[in-house]
Design a protein around this ligand. Structure first.
Ligand SMILES: [Zn+2]
Ligand SMILES: [Zn+2]
Length: 144
């Protein structure tokens, strides 16, 4: 996905793309996945763009509001952000050992379909974290 295509989609929806907003999107396109607000700020700094954390945060909230960015708690010290639709995937997060595993988007196909059909609800399951206990930890628990 190119920056121009991405911006075009936002403009088509009547969103105003300021220079600062453009810079944040550009950094996210370049650096990919699981970026914390602080990561985005330092990437911007490397390019000579100085934005405060609250400014970066506000831009991310706007992007989230228009459905362009998703915000996920992976059970770590930072909330992570990423662009929607780049490479759809989700995560299993172990509450015991903290391991973060990746699972395919297809896992949620039936959930989406049932939510639409049975609740008339259009879900935005963009980058989910499912918390639980991993196989290794469950085995360790069983074996005491
Ligand atoms: Zn992820
Ligand atoms: Zn575990």
């Amino acid at each position: 996905l190119s920056i121009e295509l991405f911006l075009e989609r936002l403009r088509q929806r009547g969103e105003r793309v300021t220079m600062q907003r453009r810079q944040v999107i550009d950094v996210m396109l370049e650096h990919g996945e699981h970026l914390a607000v602080q990561d985005i700020q330092s990437c911007l700094q490397e390019r000579g763009v100085d934005l405060t954390l609250p400014t970066v945060y506000r831009i991310l909230q706007w992007l989230k509001g228009v459905g362009a960015v998703c915000q996920t708690d992976l059970g770590q010290d930072r909330i992570v952000y990423q662009l929607v639709g780049e490479r759809p995937h989700h995560h299993l997060v172990c509450l015991t050992c903290g391991t973060v595993m990746e699972i395919e988007d297809q896992m949620f196909a039936e959930v989406r379909e049932r939510l639409r059909r049975e609740y008339g609800f259009e879900p935005r399951i963009d980058h989910m974290a499912v918390f639980g206990v991993c196989e290794g930890c469950r085995k360790a628990e069983r074996e005491g």
